[in-house]
Design a protein around this ligand. Structure first.
Ligand code: IMP
Ligand code: MG
Length: 437
């Protein structure tokens, strides 16, 4: 029998992250049973605030250490090719691949030192607390081996539909990443086929920042933009302009063989469904069709509600999947991405999983050496797909991107100093050895 809970959960699945919900549920027990309100009394014998505080920290830490162990077991099963047999898979059936371990306990202690999460008596650890703890844990785990860092565009580097600001605090942070020898790439859904100027316009603040910092040719060439999810690749050149790279240079044969008939067949089905949504919900929208995408964008000064955007996404996803499974749709079975962009809805041919995969192959980085930073990690978002292919940070706006990059650059700096110290020690050893000889 299907319970009301199951029905509610299934209908709201696109608004939930099952792993974060799982952690939240685990932390709820000590919160309910042990995080008692501090007695409002003048009697000194009843004032055991210190005790409650420390006990609560210890309980949260215990739980997070146990979840770390569940992740470690899942990683061991992944390595043996049987991830479905892990305990975590049984507890959170939608769990995906872990590309690194996650020091959750350590990360919680650092968040607690800043935000006193365990001191709260009326508000339990929230979705956002846990999302941020996961981010810090991921940054700590990947910093020593990071090679490729990819960023979503809208809402991650700049506000929705805006351009990269000239005075954005992110300019210096992205310049630092390049100076730490990382490959940096913007992986965005925004698709302007082969049009370097259009991307330059959206990233003008950043490119100007590269010029002001007088980045060397070598550093400039470590900056890429991949537009249309996985379809149009550009590289920054020493003149601080973007250069379009022909698809044949980096795309694997299976992607090069996507035909325009296949692409158009999927986009026709998507467009028909989007138009049906517009008519049925009386949305004030315009339909935009491109060579590898179709979208609906609100008319000027119109806001479409999140529920309506989600309805468009879920019904279009459903419609396309049904079509591709039908006898007449099978021959057009290409990967696609239907997503809620915050104020609009798009269906793109290809997705960011393929985008990250292409970059990893082209630039030589493994999933455990790649980090994607984005804002759309619900199942109706377009950053979600990257999870299978690399480590991820889920941020909600450019300010949070700044926060995670400050954490990351502090660790990269520590790693650099450690390396310089080791080199210095090596030199002194060689010097001492040569003197002994
Ligand atoms: P992202 O967050 O950087 O992946 O960019 C997503 C946003 O890009 C969407 O919400 C749209 O507003 C915008 N966009 C512009 N052109 C396209 C396109 O061809 N496909 C998908 N999104 C597009
Ligand atoms: Mg975005």
């Amino acid at each position: 029998m299907t319970s009301m809970y199951t029905i509610n959960y299934a209908l709201r699945a696109h608004k939930r992250d099952p792993f974060i919900e799982f952690i939240k549920g685990m932390l709820m027990t000590p919160f309910v049973l042990h995080a008692k309100p501090i007695p409002q009394t003048d009697d000194p014998t009843e004032k055991d605030e210190e005790y409650h505080m420390d006990a609560n920290v210890a309980r949260y830490c215990d739980i997070l250490s146990s979840i770390e162990e569940l992740i470690n077991e899942h990683i061991r099963k992944q390595a043996k090719g049987v991830p479905d047999q892990s305990r975590l898979k049984r507890l959170v059936p939608s769990i995906s691949t872990f590309h690194t371990q996650l020091p959750l306990r350590e990360s919680f202690l650092s968040a607690n030192a800043k935000h006193s999460i365990a001191a709260r008596r009326f508000v339990p650890p929230s979705f956002n607390d846990i999302r941020r703890i996961l981010n810090t844990a991921q940054i700590t785990a990947i910093a020593p081996k990071l090679k490729l860092i990819t960023f979503d565009g809208d809402m991650t580097l700049y506000d929705d539909g805006q351009d990269f600001e000239h005075d954005s605090a992110l300019v210096n942070l992205l310049v630092s990443l390049l100076k730490y020898n990382l490959i940096v790439c913007v992986v965005t859904a925004a698709g302007y086929p082969g049009d370097a100027l259009r991307y330059e316009q959206r990233l003008s603040g950043l490119l100007k920042g590269f010029e002001n910092a007088r980045l060397s040719k070598n550093m400039c060439e470590k900056f890429f933009v991949l537009g249309g999810e996985c379809n149009y690749l550009f590289q920054c050149k020493e003149d601080y302009h973007l250069k379009y790279l022909p698809e044949t240079k980096y795309q694997p044969q299976n992607i090069l063989s996507w035909s325009s008939d296949q692409i158009n067949a999927i986009l026709d089905v998507a467009q028909e469904n989007l138009q049906r949504c517009i008519d049925e919900m009386k949305l004030q929208c315009t339909v935009l069709r491109k060579s590898k995408a179709v979208g609906i964008v609100p008319k000027p000064n119109v806001k479409i509600f999140r529920e309506q955007l989600d309805e468009c996404v879920l019904s279009t996803q459903h419609r396309i999947v049904n079509y591709l499974n039908s006898p007449w749709g099978k021959k057009n079975d290409l990967p696609f991405c239907a997503f809620n962009g915050g104020s609009d809805v798009w269906v793109d041919i290809g997705n960011k999983l393929i985008g990250v995969q292409i970059l990893q192959q082209f630039l030589g980085a493994t999933p455990g050496e790649t980090l994607h930073v984005g804002d759309q990690f619900l199942s109706t978002g377009n950053d979600f797909a990257t999870r299978h292919q690399c480590c991820t940070l889920w941020i909600v706006n450019p300010d949070e991107t700044q926060g995670v990059l400050l954490e990351l650059t502090a660790l990269l700096e520590a790693k650099k100093s450690e390396r310089s110290l080791l080199t210095l020690l090596d030199h002194s050893k060689i010097l001492l050895d040569s003197q002994t000889i």
